[in-house]
Design a protein around this ligand. Structure first.
Ligand SMILES: Cc1ncc(COP(=O)(O)O)c(C=O)c1O
Length: 481
């Protein structure tokens, strides 16, 4: 393919973001023939999963609790990945499961997770779902007044009381109220708690919060305000058994902090016009320019951070305020403490692979590498997935290209870009080469994946690192879904 029509220069390529790789991933990526063979057999894209890292994550995330003598544990937030394999692993490791729909609840129970270890946090619960959870005896985390009415009505009609957790929002930290649209307003907690404890069909057990941002002070503030509520409940004769601080346990995608800083600095500099843009059509990925000022925030997951997983939990538990350490405030009251991690339990458990379908240029002259997938197969919640893919040539290695390219998918929409940044290419990929994306099983692979143009959803292959083989495939047969 001719590359003379190049309009970009080396300066418009995004700074590198080298992905952190688990040993099993390195093992897989070192066998290119196998990768090409898997894609030929199972189709492109293909999600490849490994369970041993899930087990390791369970142990690592439980450690901060057991080190501090705190009872409670983890519920795996299965919304982060739809595969039954991780639910089975959660059961085998003895942790609970957080379910967010009727399908997730039914499948989790069918896979043998004991109902006492299942929590239902679904939004928009309906009668069927609530009835199923009450009958099974699962803890139900309630988000709003209408749900409470529904729970009371369904429990009364079944003649069986419902195990209730109350989700709260509106915690304050350093005089600021933390925004959320989920949960009851904490400043109305007294009347809400009273309506639950006075109902013979509702059994209040748990106080719950799930915060979006990865801010230790916010988490600790929420925990302390829930502890105050638990104290209040004890005074009115309602014993709270547990606190649940939800999910959102930070994890890390990148190897090097410097790369992350260079990327974010480069992005803001490009929006300010201090260097050429390296994003598609000058997308600021959350930043924008207001006059000659930089405005907005980078809409990016903190892909490098030094508080990953168990360190994040330890920092919350060890948070000190007025000489009081949070974990002691919890254990002194005999409260259990739960977290509901999804993403962090799935760290290092998945790769996504796709084959190169075509090369071309857009009307601005940008080199485009088309991959047999679409952006819903690798969909971050934020503006961009900040981890570089790996290009694996079919056959002999080719010469360095010295030009960057955008990776695009195969949907019939201009916005179907896999990344919005221009990637440095090690060589000019050819149709049939493979591109591997690292650490994709938490949300990226499944959460928003859709089937379009009559194509089935991609398949998922379970890789066993001791035999080096695929040992299971989901779904088994390729059917239009
Ligand atoms: C109530 C609740 N619990 C747990 C989670 C899982 O969060 P994460 O996967 O970031 O740990 C979420 C995510 O949206 C949630 O809303």
């Amino acid at each position: 393919m001719p590359s003379q029509t190049l309009v970009g220069t080396i300066h418009d390529i995004a700074p590198p973001l080298t992905a952190k790789q688990a040993p099993w991933m390195q093992q897989v990526l070192q066998t290119p023939n196998k990768l090409h063979e898997w894609i030929r057999s199972y189709g492109s894209p293909l999600h490849v999963l490994n369970g041993s890292e899930f087990r390791r994550n369970v142990r690592d995330l439980l450690q901060p609790l057991s080190d501090r003598g705190i009872e409670g544990g983890l519920y795996f937030a299965r919304k982060a990945n739809k595969l039954p394999w991780f639910v089975t692993l959660a059961r085998e490791e003895g942790i609970g499961v957080d379910t967010a729909s009727l399908q997730e609840l039914e499948e989790t129970l069918a896979l043998g997770v004991p109902p006492q270890q299942v929590v239902l946090t679904a939004l928009g619960k309906d009668e069927t779902l609530v009835s199923k959870a009450i009958q099974a005896g699962c803890l139900i985390v309630v988000d709003n007044e209408d749900e409470l009415v529904l729970l009371r009505t369904v429990a009364a009609s079944l003649g069986k009381s419902a195990r209730v957790g109350l989700r709260f929002a509106g915690f304050t930290v350093q005089g600021r109220k933390i925004f959320s649209r989920f949960g009851f307003p904490i400043d109305q907690s007294a009347s809400i708690i009273s309506s639950v404890v006075h109902s013979r069909w509702l059994q209040l057990e748990c106080l719950h919060a799930h915060l979006d941002r990865y801010d230790i002070n916010e988490r600790a503030a929420a925990a302390r305000q829930l502890i105050e509520l638990a104290d209040y409940c004890a005074i009115i004769g309602a014993k709270i058994e547990s606190l649940d601080l939800g999910g959102g346990v930070l994890m890390r995608y990148l190897e090097e902090p410097e790369q992350w800083n260079d990327f974010v600095d480069g992005l803001s500099a490009s929006v300010k016009g201090e260097r050429p843009s390296f994003t598609y059509r000058q997308d600021g990925l959350g930043y924008f320019r207001a006059g000659d000022q930089l405005a907005g925030n980078a809409d990016l997951y903190p892909a490098w951070n030094n508080l990953s997983k168990e360190r994040f939990l330890s920092a919350i538990l060890d948070h000190e305020e007025s000489g009081n350490v949070l974990h002691r405030e919890i254990s002194d009251r005999g409260l259990k403490l739960f977290f509901e991690p999804g993403r962090a339990l799935l760290d290092n458990t998945g790769l996504t692979m796709a084959s190169v379908a075509f090369r071309k240029r857009d009307t601005d002259g940008n080199l485009l590498i088309g991959v047999s997938m679409n952006r819903t197969n690798l969909r971050p919640f934020r503006a961009e997935f900040c981890s570089d893919p790996i290009f694996i040539p079919r056959g002999v290695t080719r010469a360095n290209l010295g030009e960057g390219a955008y990776l695009v998918g195969c949907l019939c929409g201009e916005s179907d870009l896999i990344f919005r940044r221009k990637l440095q290419l090690p060589f000019l990929p050819e149709p049939g080469d493979t591109v591997a994306f690292i650490n994709t099983s938490g949300y990226l692979a499944h959460h928003m994946e859709i089937s379009t143009h009559g194509n089935p959803l991609p398949r998922n292959a379970l890789f066993d690192n001791s035999s080096g083989r695929i040992v299971d495939v989901f779904p088994q047969r390729r059917e239009v879904q």
